[in-house]
Design a protein. Structure first.
Length: 113
């Protein structure tokens, strides 16, 4: 059974940083591309960052230079380092195995003073 468990969300002031983690089980983690998505109230879910099994990355334009996705294939974990956070980054963040359409439960990120 595939499981994805996110952690690391919370409340942070504008300009602050957070690091999200997603622990994955039930798959050969190193063989799959991974993604971080977010959904703000009243908006569609969007891809924030993706990382291939080979380590190539891609980012939503609005987070380039601020967010970094990485993975640890030994720990079977994917990370999202978020710096210089803005109020518009407020959303529920989800990690996903896109090929399997598997999702975590989500973690709330709120950027507010």
């Amino acid at each position: 059974q595939v499981q994805l468990v996110e952690s690391g969300g919370g409340l942070v002031q504008p300009g602050g940083s957070l690091r999200l983690s997603c622990a994955v089980s039930g798959i050969i983690f190193s063989s799959y591309n991974m993604g971080w998505y977010r959904q703000a109230p009243g908006k569609q879910r969007e891809l924030v960052a993706g990382i291939t099994y080979g380590g190539s990355t891609n980012y939503l334009d609005s987070v380039k230079g601020r967010f970094t996705i990485s993975r640890d294939n030994v720990q079977k974990t994917v990370y999202l380092q978020m710096n210089s956070l803005k109020p518009e980054d407020t959303a529920v963040y989800y990690c996903s195995v896109p090929r399997l359409n598997k999702w975590g439960q989500g973690t709330q990120v709120t950027v507010s003073s």
